[in-house]
Design a binder for this molecule. Structure first.
Ligand code: ADP
Ligand code: AMP
Length: 213
């Protein structure tokens, strides 16, 4: 099963992708996490990606598609995966579709987690991520048991570099211009499913479970 998570930055794609992956035994493929791992590792890819990420812009399609294809060609993706943060442009969606077609399959669900812009800025201001495993928390809405420490692995929780107010506003602008058109793209493919992302994370997941069956 191939599941695509759609939604604005901060809508809760990663939070829900973690739950889907745990519940349905699928790998969680986040292009943002791959870029951040490369930045941490000091690779050339990381250096290039960071220059775009720090400005709240998208990493160029060619580079992003290449790392995505490389990741999903690994063995753990053989029976499906959850895409979180990819595709983010129409050319990326077309590249994914062509790749899946070559394999004789197609994406099963594109789940749009809907949250209005006014909620997004507050969410991203309070987001904390584990430096070690990438698990997602919020200072108000999803607190860890011990402040600043990851419940899952004991790693340190940090504020992402691109979660600064000004960068968040640019990311939202970029989302509306380049990523939102994907909603119509997947509606046209007949696989778009919409969930109300302003609800409690447990309720959002319940709605997603009802979609996935
Ligand atoms: P995305 O992957 O779409 O950028 P995240 O899953 O990282 O979004 O969520 C952004 C922030 O909002 C995180 O701090 C997360 O804990 C919090 N969050 C996620 N879902 C909800 C929700 N349903 N209600 C309140 N806060 C949420
Ligand atoms: P995310 O972790 O999904 O919020 O992504 C963080 C940042 O990584 C984005 O703001 C982009 O700069 C970059 N990024 C992640 N995924 C993509 C993608 N599919 N296309 C282009 N840039 C991406």
């Amino acid at each position: 099963m191939v599941i695509i998570m759609l939604g604005a930055p901060g809508a809760g794609k990663g939070t829900q992708a973690e739950r889907i992956c745990a519940g349905y035994s699928l790998p969680h493929i986040s292009t943002g996490d791959i870029f951040r791992a490369n930045i941490k590792g000091g690779t050339e890819l990381g250096k290039e990606a960071k220059s775009y990420m720090d400005r709240g812009e998208l990493v160029p399609d060619e580079l992003t598609v290449r790392i995505l294809k490389d990741r999903v060609s690994q063995d753990d993706c053989a029976s499906g995966y959850v895409l979180d943060g990819f595709p983010r442009t129409i050319p990326q969606a077309e590249a994914l579709e062509a790749m899946l077609k070559e394999q004789g399959v197609s994406a099963d669900h594109a789940i749009d987690v809907e949250v209005p812009d006014e909620n997004i800025v507050r969410r991203m201001g309070g987001r904390r991520s584990c430096q070690n495993c990438g698990a997602i928390y919020h200072v108000e809405y999803a607190k860890p048991a011990k402040e600043g420490i990851c419940d899952k692995c004991g790693g340190t929780l940090v504020i992402r570099d691109d979660d600064k107010d000004e960068t968040v506003r640019n990311r939202l602008k970029v989302y509306h211009e380049q990523t939102q058109p994907l909603i119509d793209f997947y509606k046209g493919r007949g696989i778009l499913k919409e969930v109300d992302g302003t609800q409690d994370p447990d309720k959002v997941f319940e709605d997603i479970r009802a979609i996935l069956g």
